[in-house]
Design a protein around this ligand. Structure first.
Ligand code: IMP
Length: 196
């Protein structure tokens, strides 16, 4: 069975293709089937945004489509940047600019609790839907540590590892990350669905 993965990120495509191939599922990119759909992430939750993207790609290609949405939620910032994680601080900032701004906004905060969240949604041409979510709890570090990963990884500290995400290998991160957990939950649901 062929699925479209609604992402322009080759890293995500590789990661998900590897996991889903165990279930006889082939994952292709929108470009592979000749479609370009830019979906506006207008939802207020990760799950809503993931489903918006999955449904739009599914409708455009008439194939089952999988999409994900993720971000960092900080307690002291009322759950922000949340669904705005990729756009935190506006267009002009890169990953380093965004986590530097986050550290500035955390100055003087008494609680540094935070979590990463990831939602995965799958839409089928017959209207069926599958969803899964994962989260990883941690704290916001006082300074960036580690060169690995991307985004807010250098400032997301995981107490159980006594390291930031940026200090973990890709395998160590996947084993505990929001995306790793959501993918695992999703794979299990998809296996059950395909087995029906
Ligand atoms: P999206 O799910 O690709 O829209 O990503 C949302 C944004 O959340 C990214 O651009 C990152 O800033 C942040 N983010 C999501 N997952 C991670 C992660 O595993 N590490 C660091 N930042 C992340």
């Amino acid at each position: 069975m062929k699925f479209i993965l609604a992402t322009h990120n080759p890293g995500k495509l590789r990661e998900m293709a590897a996991i889903l191939s165990q279930y006889g599922v082939e994952v292709v990119s929108p470009a592979d089937v000749g479609i370009t759909v830019d979906v506006e992430e207008t939802g207020t939750t990760f799950a809503e945004n993931a489903m918006l993207k999955a449904k739009a790609i599914c409708a455009a290609a008439d194939l089952p489509a999988i999409a994900d949405d993720s971000g960092l939620c900080v307690d002291a910032l009322n759950g922000g940047p949340g669904v705005y994680s990729a756009r935190y601080g506006g267009e002009g900032l890169d990953d380093k600019g965004r986590y530097t701004l986050l550290l500035q906004n955390m100055r003087g905060q008494t609680t540094r609790a935070a979590h990463f969240a990831c939602a995965i949604a799958c839409a089928f041409p017959n209207g069926d839907e599958l969803t899964a979510e994962g989260r990883c709890d941690g704290t916001i570090a006082f300074a960036p540590m580690g060169e690995g990963g991307f985004g807010y990884d250098p400032v997301f500290f995981v107490p159980e590892k006594a390291k930031t995400f940026g200090q973990l290998t890709a395998e160590e991160k996947s084993a505990i990350s929001h995306r790793g957990k959501a993918l695992k939950a999703f794979s299990e649901k998809l296996a059950t669905y395909l087995g029906k």
